[in-house]
Design a protein around this ligand. Structure first.
Ligand code: CMC
Length: 435
């Protein structure tokens, strides 16, 4: 604990107050301004929470200027190179990498939890065939609490752990079921003998609803490796919009399925997890390399709402380390699978021209993780409207880890921001016939 303080002075009254600077292990200190209103009768104004630390966390660290991303202290590059996704999910949840036995047990527990209640499976029949898979995901995950309510005491550590592993286990099953429903194919049951990524690909693409592999090629090692990598890169990203939503909803004491359903809803937007879908739609709209300058000009024009999807980030201002890894993998996957995807070539042209442009240089706008993830998902035959669902499967491990961490706090204050009120002053009510 440091003795550093931040001194704030009111220029009219001359009143001064000191605020302790809380030291992080890495990164910027945070001024503890909780008594600001008591001292000065005012609030801090920070729409978008650009400078507000909303919690203390030990899970993920980002240095946006240096392009550093650590999960529990481990650089993302090392985890991406050496780990399977389940190791990373375990690390996020438990704080340490698992040993061989712990990983085997964790894998078994997650596989065991992959099956969903038959009545829950029938939920999908109620959705229109062309419902967006994210709409189905929000609804079905939210309704998990209606099926699994025996371990819903959020004050009970074991209940919390069961809820967390249940969501990691069931998310791929629900995601694949939403896809199968949209193409009118029968549900494929999860399998205990496949790993997390293989099982997901099998549930997505198997031509049989029975419990055996009939389409071995859907579980191609190159594609499984790429999926594993994408899941690791998307697993957590500290206090982003969806994770903060999960924590905020959790602060009310709501059940964890409701919290994660809220996180899924927040992820859906094109400025967040919906960006990967938006990138593919944008590349399709641009069409050919000759149109790139026109679209870059549109992105720079403040009178035009168009922005380059997959470019820019609230925190990364030099490069997104996930984008560097994913760009390389994109090349590898397309080469190994002998795919000649004109959209990838177009993405490279767009990236090259934008990175040379003064506007993008000055505003420090670089390709983010989602600029390339969609192209890999496309190579995996994942349909465009499933891209954000893929993000949600991976991010579930981060959401539940943050929820678990927040629930461990001895007292969590309910999330309740203040506002700068700009509406009318107090006025007299006028009866309807006198207005
Ligand atoms: N294209 C064109 N201009 C942009 C872009 C873009 N993609 N991103 C930011 N800008 C401009 C913006 O107009 C603003 O200009 P000015 O200062 O003249 O008003 C300036 O750059 C700063 O932008 P901002 O919107 O204030 O920055 P932010 O930190 O609030 O927003 C962002 C970050 C990611 C929402 C934004 O960069 C964006 O909309 N990018 C496209 C959507 C996207 O790719 N999102 C995925 C993020 S990574 C996945 C995830 O973790 O969710």
């Amino acid at each position: 604990m440091s003795n550093d303080t931040l001194l704030i002075k009111h220029t009219v009254s001359g009143k001064e107050a000191e605020y302790p600077l809380l030291k992080g292990v890495l990164g910027a200190d945070s001024a503890d301004l909780r008594s600001l209103n008591k001292d000065f009768g005012c609030y801090s104004y920070d729409p978008g929470f650009t400078i507000t630390a909303s919690c203390k966390s030990k899970i993920t660290y980002i240095d946006g200027d240096k392009g550093i991303l650590l999960y529990r202290g481990y650089p993302i590059e090392q985890l991406a190179e050496h780990c399977e996704f389940m190791e990373v999910a375990y690390l996020l949840m438990n704080g340490e990498l698992p040993d061989v036995t712990q990983l085997r047990d964790f894998n078994e527990e997650i596989s065991d939890r992959a099956i969903i209640h038959e009545a829950l499976r029938k939920f999908f029949d109620g959705f229109h065939y062309d419902a967006h898979p994210m709409a189905m995901l929000v609804g079905v995950v939210g309704s998990l609490s209606a099926f699994y309510h025996s371990e819903l005491n959020v004050k009970d550590l074991e209940h919390r752990r069961i809820c967390a592993t249940r969501m990691i286990g069931k998310m791929p099953t629900i995601a694949a079921a939403s896809y199968r429903h949209s193409i009118g194919r029968p549900f494929v049951y999860p399998r205990m003998d496949l790993n997390y990524c293989e099982n997901f690909l099998n549930m997505m693409f198997s031509r049989s609803s029975q419990n055996y592999i009939d389409q071995q090629h859907y579980i191609d090692p190159t594609l499984v490796k790429a999926l594993n990598l994408l899941f690791i890169l998307h697993a957590d990203h500290e206090q982003n919009a969806s994770t903060s939503t999960v924590r905020l909803v959790g602060s009310t004491g709501a059940n964890p399925y409701a919290c994660v359903a809220a996180g899924i809803a927040a992820l859906w937007g094109p400025l967040h997890g919906g960006a990967n879908e938006a990138v593919l739609n944008m590349l399709a709209e641009i069409g050919v390399a000759e149109n790139v300058p026109k679209y870059i000009a549109k992105a720079k024009d403040h009178n035009d709402p168009f922005r380059l999807a997959g470019f820019g980030h609230r925190v990364y201002k030099n490069f997104d380390p996930r984008a560097i890894i994913i760009r390389k993998t994109c090349h590898e996957v397309l080469t190994k699978a002998s795919i000649n995807d004109p959209l990838f070539d177009l993405a490279l042209v767009l990236e090259e021209q934008a990175l040379k442009d003064e506007y993008f240089i000055e505003k420090k706008l670089y390709p983010n993780v989602d600029f390339y993830s969609g192209i890999i998902y496309k190579a995996l035959n994942i349909p465009v409207n499933m891209f954000t669902v893929m993000f949600a499967i991976a991010r579930t491990s981060g959401w539940v880890s943050h929820w678990l961490e927040s629930m461990e706090e001895s007292s969590i204050p309910i999330g309740r921001p203040r506002q700068l009120y700009l509406g009318p002053e107090t006025r007299e009510f006028i009866p309807i016939n006198e207005r």
